[in-house]
Design a protein around this ligand. Sequence first.
Ligand code: ARG
Length: 584
Amino acid sequence: MNIKQLLSEKVSAAMVMAGLPEGTNPAVSLSSRPNFGDYQANGVMGAAKKLKINPRELATTVVDHLDLAGIADHIELAGPGFINIHLDKSWLAAQLANMTDDEKLGVTQRGATQEDKKQTVVVDYSAPNLAKEMHVGHLRSTIIGDAVVRALEFRGDKVIRQNHMGDWGTQFGMLLAHLSDKLNANEVAETALSDLENFYREAKVRFDNEEGFADRARDYVVKLQGGDKDCLVLWKLFIDISIAHSEDIYQKLNVTLTRDDIMGESAYNEDLPKVVNELMTKGIAEVSEGAKVVFINEMANKDGDAPVFIIQKTGGGYLYATTDLSACRYRSDELKADRIIIFTDARQSLHFKQVEIVARKAELLPEHVGYDHCPFGMMMGDDGKPFKTRTGGTIKLAELLDEAIVRAKAVIKEKNPDYPEDKLNEIAAKVGIGAVKFADLSKNRTSDYIFNWKTMLSFEGATAPYLQYAYSRIQSIFSKAEIAQANFSADISIIEPQEKALALKLLQLEEVLDAVISESMPNLLCNYLYELASLYMSFYEACPILKEGIDPAVKQSRLALCLSISRTLKQGLDILGIEVMERM
Ligand code: ARG
């Protein structure tokens, strides 16, 4: 159910009947104030201006043709040509009943109509660099990507996750050289690699200071990329251990990525020479100072200097960029993507712009395949500088998440001193992880944001605990009323303004999800859920449910409304990968 879309179709039809050209934008939107109706159609003004006719007269004709029988209570004309639509309460109640009964909460499934085709969407997210442990920099890609993936799936699209792990860079040369020395000294791989961060640091110190080590490291890179068996065995040890690390994190974060979704840089190794050859043959790439490069004329500055995009280094090595070109081909040809979405921090924006230009020119990425690089800003500390440990080191993601749980536990314990330990732990994990995720997901992804424990764990404002609390309050109403939600169903009648506001909000779910999907912006869903929970709180204050002497039909109706809110909150939070609980 998408009210905005339905009204847009109706108003468009009326506009055509009023003599306006097919395709004129009806400009339907939610009204900013209740006295302007529930929805407004403002498209008449623009159309009248174009045709140089009186907007008010045109609006009158459009309204004459506008058939909203059964849907709207009344339609009113305001100002120079605004059309204000007041929806009918029983129509809203009927839509709500359909929504509550449906396991997809009334969200139309892609493919249900001819116009709304099911798409294959390849989503590239998380993608940590395996030589290191995951740090806070990979949090955003991982959780924003996962929320968009879940929204796409809920709407019925086919999603193919691609975890483009950095498992193949030159850094592996130094790591393999260091690891082979350790194994020669009879160390066990698991022990040597138990602290990846430390291992990386040791290797780097040797690389920078020890004579001959850097050369050995470079030999290892060449051997590894050439497919040397012994090297691959060492490399595999490394990869397996670091993948296991990331899997722990994914599980803790309640993220849907699995081992099957990994398609790391190494997977493209064999295709890289082919990509370079193809670009050379097509005359897109050329040799410049020994390297193979593409001059991107489309991005030339005003003096005509084009940026250089290197696809093969002088010594023959391939680059991150070459791999991304190969990935374009794989995703469109093999995976049959209609759209590719990539989540990385904003510093890679130029890289992906260049990849797209080159890939399109080389026909590795057909015109009909969408290519959306979705950049995000950085996590900042309270001091407004990039989020670091006190000593200026990068913060390991695993440690950050553990701290979230410890802090959440303290907050919950303060509220409920007599909860048993195991219950506290269970709630703390859901609240702590939820708080970190919601704080991040609720920000417009393109901007930097300040990471602050206190605000994210607060029970007030747009936070995970606030939403989780709203959910568990509804659960306690049902348990007080001794009603099982599973089989509960009742007619809803919308009487009070708070009830109408809730009904309107609940029926906006599809509209919001579509915006989340098209813009790759989970913050829109966060805002929506926060508004829904706030409306519920006002409804709860204004409209008694279990009060003695209440009309049984009103009680049933309000319970039905509560059920719809509870399902929507749970489902919405699930799309964000945040769990709820019966009591907190
Ligand atoms: N491993 C990269 C990083 O940590 C992100 C990879 C993103 N995906 C891609 N196709 N390049 O920055």
